[in-house]
Ligand binder design. Structure first.
Ligand SMILES: Nc1ncnc2c1ncn2[C@@H]1O[C@H](COP(=O)(O)OP(=O)(O)OP(=O)(O)O)[C@@H](O)[C@H]1O
Ligand SMILES: [Mg+2]
Length: 377
């Protein structure tokens, strides 16, 4: 059985130090939910509160309708996987996977233990290593054992804290696909912690972006990327060029003004926000396009060109010195050389424009599941 997790007004303090002051969150049954944020923002702290390894200084935690604040961790029926594999070094792979099943309060019949162990050895593709000791496994294989062991007990919730960060880049990609597939096939509620935004986007149904103990936005990877709620989310999810500039209103229409005085009309601005003002525009590298037809656009000079196969990255500066990165699909015949003057068009329907402090997106269409708690109150 999988559960939904509800957290209302959680508070976490270490001594006098408040790490989380008021955090609310709903994780759906069977959802792959990720806590994403920079180092020290409180991801592990929150995960450990869900697991029951941390004291809770305020608020309520629920698995379905039952309040778990004071429930013993062992009674929460959770599976956990950590960064440092934490499998038992003195047991074979098979014994590791069977461990949780053998140590249940209510004893399981031996046939059931072997059947379940078998199932997860197969699912995690580690059957052939069943008699090996962990020291003779690679990092990726060890992490598969940890995952199989966590899942074998049929937990209601699977909690994972940076499970892939000790693996090399290629294995990380392989393992994240494996984790996602398994989560899909068994439909378990997963709470996943990472500071790697690409990993988060690859595995998650929804992501909560955290900064300094505060959730900034909750949404699907696509929503966070395309319509970030604030500048922090815009810069944390994916790459972006932040351009400090202004909005000028002419004939009631808002125009975004670029260095060199190139301006584009913003047709999708929130109407109450339309007024002449300073703003921070977030323009992703693929939202700037080199104009090959005419000299219309933001005037810029190419400082460097990096060919990466499918795409070529151009690093440019505008007339006022503002630097920006552009990604263009590589052309068969040419790369624009350093020092070349170019003119850049802007994919205005895609870009995001924030107030001067970067606290609010002024463009329509931001979805933030956090709003259901009256965030920003
Ligand atoms: N046992 C503890 N005692 C005191 N302060 C702690 C303790 N554990 C964590 N903290 C503090 O709480 C804050 C959040 O820590 P946490 O480990 O949750 O961060 P994180 O988001 O998991 O970071 P990372 O990505 O580096 O793992 C940090 O400022 C940390 O120093
Ligand atoms: Mg952590």
């Amino acid at each position: 059985m999988s559960v939904k997790i509800t957290i209302n007004n959680a508070v976490k303090k270490y001594g006098n130090n408040t790490i989380i002051s008021d955090l609310s969150l709903r994780i759906r049954e069977g959802e792959f939910f990720t806590l994403l944020g920079p180092s020290g923002c409180g991801k592990t702290t929150l995960l450990r509160m869900i697991a029951g390894f941390n004291s809770i200084e305020g608020g309520d935690f629920f698995f379905n309708e039952s309040r778990i604040n004071n429930m013993d961790p062992a009674a929460r029926n959770i599976g956990m996987v950590f960064q440092n594999y934490a499998i038992f070094p003195n047991m074979t792979v098979e014994k590791n996977v069977a461990f949780g099943l053998k140590n249940r309060k209510t004893k399981l019949p031996n046939e059931e233990i072997s059947a379940k162990t078998e199932k997860f050895l197969k699912l995690m593709k580690i059957e052939e290593y069943r008699d090996r000791m962990p020291e003779r496994l690679s990092g990726g294989q060890q992490q598969r054992v940890a995952l199989a062991r966590a899942l074998a007990i049929t937990p209601d919730v699977l909690l994972m804290d940076e499970p892939l960060s000790n693996l090399d880049a290629k294995l990380r990609v392989e393992m994240r696909t494996a984790i996602k597939e398994i989560q899909n096939s068994i439909g378990i509620t997963c709470v996943y912690v990472t500071h790697d935004q690409e990993e988060a986007m690859a595995v998650s149904d929804r992501i909560a972006v955290m900064n300094a103990g505060v959730i900034q936005q909750i949404g699907t990877p696509k929503m966070l990327y395309q319509r970030p709620a604030n500048l922090f989310v815009a810069t944390f999810i994916g790459r972006t060029n932040v351009i400090k500039t202004k909005i000028e209103v002419a004939d009631g229409k808002p125009y975004l003004v670029f260095p060199g005085n190139y301006r584009v009309e913003l047709k999708n601005m929130i109407s109450e926000e339309v007024k002449s003002r300073n703003v921070a525009a977030s323009i992703r590298p693929e939202e700037l396009v080199v104009n090959t037809e005419s000299n219309d656009g933001i005037r810029a000079v190419v400082d460097d060109a990096v060919f990466l196969g499918l795409n070529t990255h151009y690093f440019v500066h505008f007339t006022d010195g503002t630097k920006a990165e552009i990604i263009q699909e590589s052309q068969i015949d040419s790369i624009i050389k350093k020092g070349t003057e170019v003119f850049l068009k802007v994919k205005t329907e895609k870009i995001n424009v924030f107030d001067e402090e970067g606290k609010k997106n002024l463009i329509q269409g931001v979805v933030n599941d956090l709003d259901e708690y009256g965030a920003g109150k």
